[in-house]
Design a protein around this ligand. Structure first.
Ligand SMILES: NC(=O)c1ccc[n+]([C@@H]2O[C@H](COP(=O)([O-])OP(=O)(O)OC[C@H]3O[C@@H](n4cnc5c(N)ncnc54)[C@H](O)[C@@H]3O)[C@@H](O)[C@H]2O)c1
Length: 270
């Protein structure tokens, strides 16, 4: 039986319309949470929210918001707390990539700004506005949990996605700094996924596998990542079983970033 450890708790998921955000929305709602889903893709946001609500019977509030815009994030946060009365878990997940395959010194300013503003500033802004109210909640022993989204590209610099890498390394620093600011009442951790078929690859496995080939990536566990892999880690980080963990970034990548051997020496098909 699924443990309902999120009953009576609100969870806010940015980038909630698609990919990891959508997968985690189902998993949190199945564990009793009411949700606020935030995204810039209005059509997909409404569709996902309706489907999650219908299938899980939990309350799901869609809020259209660009996380890179302070005014929008402030307004979104006010609406989120008025609709749900508490936000126990913030899954800071919205992300984008705008300069694939461009040398770091040739990246245009627009691509730099878009990637940094959504990926790094967006998570910082959301932390800032949500944590103020989260910190006044009466839950014990923790008042709330924040989970950021870094990437394997934040743990091992990837020259094919230079600005994205810089933004995701920034998330590891943000995670540590927020953990210090909000201790001992709110935990701050991050996930660092590897290669998983989601919207960033147009939901196409062939595009993702080509991207891995371009980067000469080999996976020790010899399969591609799934959304479910990430959901399992997220369920742990949202649960009381992880209450003594803060300030850490958790890789979830089939071993790509950890084994410390040259990719070509691995006996793996993927
Ligand atoms: N898929 C992977 O293999 C992988 C690996 C490492 C990290 N990540 C990270 O995981 C997170 C989720 O991405 P995903 O893979 O599920 O992709 P996805 O494209 O399926 O989902 C990302 C969602 O973020 C939304 N979004 C984009 N810009 C936004 C903005 N300014 N404001 C609000 N919402 C916005 C998109 O509309 C989309 O619904 C991202 O931070 C991404 O960098 C993904």
């Amino acid at each position: 039986m699924t443990e309902k450890f999120l009953e009576g708790k609100g969870c806010l998921i940015t980038g909630g319309a698609s990919g990891f955000g959508r997968g985690v929305a189902y998993a949190f709602a199945e564990r009793g949470a009411d949700l606020v889903l935030v995204d810039i893709n209005e059509e997909l946001l409404n569709e996902t929210s309706k489907n999650v609500e219908k299938e899980t019977k939990q309350k799901v509030i869609p809020i259209l918001c660009d996380v890179s815009e302070a005014k929008q994030v402030k307004k979104m946060t006010e609406q989120a707390f008025s609709e749900l009365d508490n936000i126990y878990v913030l899954f800071n997940n919205a992300g984008t990539e705008a300069a694939y395959g461009v040398d770091v010194l040739k990246v245009g300013e627009k691509a730099w700004d878009l990637t940094m503003n959504v990926n790094l500033k967006g998570q910082w802004l959301t932390d800032k506005f949500v944590s103020r109210k989260m910190n006044r909640q009466k839950f014990e022993p923790l008042r709330g949990k924040i989970i950021h989204t870094s990437s394997i590209a934040g743990t091992v610099v990837d020259p094919l996605i230079p600005v994205y890498s810089i933004s995701k390394i920034g998330i590891i620093a943000l995670t540590q700094l927020v953990a210090k600011s909000l201790a001992p009442y709110i935990t701050s951790n991050a996930i660092a996924p590897g290669f998983h078929v989601t919207g960033v690859y147009g939901n196409r496995e062939d595009i993702m596998i080509q991207t891995m080939k371009d980067g000469n990536v080999k996976t020790p566990l010899n399969r591609i990542g799934t959304i479910e892999d990430v959901v399992d880690l997220m369920v742990f980080l949202a649960s009381p079983r992880s209450n003594f963990i803060t300030g850490h970034t958790f890789p979830i990548d089939g071993g790509i970033a950890e084994v410390g051997v040259a990719p070509n020496t691995l006996k793996s098909d993927i």
